[in-house]
Ligand binder design. Structure first.
Ligand SMILES: Cc1cc2nc3c(=O)[nH]c(=O)nc-3n(C[C@H](O)[C@H](O)[C@H](O)COP(=O)(O)O)c2cc1C
Length: 186
């Protein structure tokens, strides 16, 4: 069974991690999670909950504990999704600085040449943000800012977020039976 790690950092747009994990809950997949301290704070502000109340994740790791499984390539994760990804976490990943378990896990994914998807969220973007995105891209990460597929005509915020979650699902090869696509009825 596919095994993925979802990391939550302190950027706005927590609706996307909620939506993505709801999608993962409908799939045959093992999901583990890490949430930064700032991630917990923004999650509480925007969604009124903590990371342990999010769906799909069967195991949460302490973001400060480098002895946990995601710190090693031998843990065998197929993909890692950082959603949302703050500019601080992007900078750490782009420069290879591993000061928490999220940074280390992302570094491991890159060295193992496994999928690393960064749902980078900030606006507007300064030159440092743009340079860090290019560096992370060049190191093998997929930069995937949270833009809904409005051509699929979402009727509310939840549906809009799900159109974006499907895009991440496409990247990591999920089945997604209910996924709407341009040019098809379902
Ligand atoms: C309500 C709130 C919203 C924030 N939104 C963003 C954001 O969209 N993008 C970003 O890069 N930082 C944002 N920040 C700042 C980050 O949380 C801060 O830079 C933090 O150090 C990131 O740490 P982390 O990457 O370890 O989670 C926000 C902070 C708060 C309190």
């Amino acid at each position: 069974m596919k095994k993925i790690i979802v990391a939550v950092t302190g950027a706005s747009a927590m609706i996307y991690v909620q939506s993505f994990l709801e999608l993962l809950a409908t799939e045959e997949i093992i999901v583990h999670g890490i949430c930064s301290d700032a991630g917990e704070k923004v999650l509480a502000i925007e969604c009124g909950k903590n990371s342990r109340q999010l769906p799909a994740v069967t195991k949460w790791f302490d973001c400060k504990d480098f002895a946990e499984a995601p710190a090693s390539g031998s843990a065998g994760y197929d993909a890692m999704v950082v959603v949302p990804c703050s500019m601080g976490t992007l900078a750490a990943i782009a420069s290879g600085i591993t000061s928490n378990l999220i940074h280390r896990a992302a570094d491991v994914m890159l060295k193992e040449q496994k999928q690393l998807i960064l749902v980078t969220r900030e606006t507007p973007l300064n030159r440092t943000h743009l340079k860090n995105m290019l560096s992370a891209h060049d190191a093998g990460a997929i930069i995937c800012p949270p833009h809904p597929g409005f051509y699929l005509k979402p009727q509310n915020l939840h549906e809009a977020a799900m159109t974006f979650s499907w895009k991440i699902g496409d990247q990591i090869g999920l089945d997604m039976k209910g996924r709407k696509r341009w040019g098809s009825k379902v």
